[in-house]
Write a protein that binds this ligand. Structure first.
Ligand SMILES: N[C@@H](CCC(=O)N[C@@H](CS)C(=O)NCC(=O)O)C(=O)O
Length: 215
């Protein structure tokens, strides 16, 4: 029997520059597209999201994933789960796999762990927030790495690039400072057909919810 892959997200989010186009179900859609996996998207309600699906995502967030008997939350963990099943996302040789894993964790734990709080303080009006120096340092290190290579791991696109590019493409972060190698990296990564499809599908999903008046 074929396992059914289901990506769970919210039924609706507000329109605007964000969050549409940035809700993290996009990471899973994108990975599934890269891997050539068929999948379904299902939803939980935006209203009461903090409590209405705690049995599936203990922080009341999305995305989460069903893959046959496997139920998972945390976009990074879900990506690694998909990558274990697809060479398109992660090389099979031990060195390539180790490089991919380290950069996946770096995207989450060394870059996103500062970009998200920085972004949050910035949109809440604290433009000169205390995280700016720390974030600048992290972004400068990534710029140095990307000035020397096309992809983070194994000399090819991997799930680590999918995640790092998704972390770095956030509008305010991208517009902050001047990092030509990073900008070129984001551009070539989000120019991939799999990203474009995943992005368009997410935008269409929320537009359909507007139309259906589900809010
Ligand atoms: N660490 C989590 C973060 C998930 C997350 O931030 N989800 C956002 C959408 S991208 C969310 O559900 N926001 C709604 C909320 O927190 O109320 C992951 O990567 O899966």
């Amino acid at each position: 029997m074929t396992k059914k892959l289901v990506i769970w997200t919210l039924d609706w989010v507000p329109a605007g520059d964000a969050p549409r186009g940035f809700v993290r179900d996009l990471r899973l859609r994108w990975a599934a597209e890269e891997a050539g996996l068929s999948y379904e998207v299902r939803t939980v309600p935006f209203d009461d999201r903090a409590t209405n699906h705690l049995d599936r995502q203990p922080f009341g967030q999305v995305p989460f994933l069903t893959d046959g008997d496997v139920n998972m939350f945390e976009s990074g963990a879900c990506l690694l789960h998909l990558a274990r099943g697809s060479e398109a996302l992660m090389p099979r040789d031990p060195v390539g796999e180790a490089e991919t894993l380290q950069w996946v964790i770096a995207a989450l734990n060394s870059v996103e762990m500062v970009t998200v709080p920085w972004w949050f303080l910035t949109i809440t009006g604290q433009t000169e927030n205390g995280l700016t120096g720390w974030m600048n340092q992290r972004l400068a290190h990534i710029e140095r790495v990307l000035a020397e290579r096309q992809w983070l791991a194994a000399d090819r696109f991997t799930v680590a690039d999918l995640l790092m590019a998704d972390v770095l493409r956030v509008g305010l972060v991208r517009a902050h400072g001047n990092r030509p190698a990073t900008e070129a990296y984001i551009k070539r990564t989000i120019d991939r057909p799999a990203f474009r499809k995943a992005h368009a599908d997410q935008m269409a999903h929320f537009a359909a919810a507007d139309k259906a008046g589900s809010r």
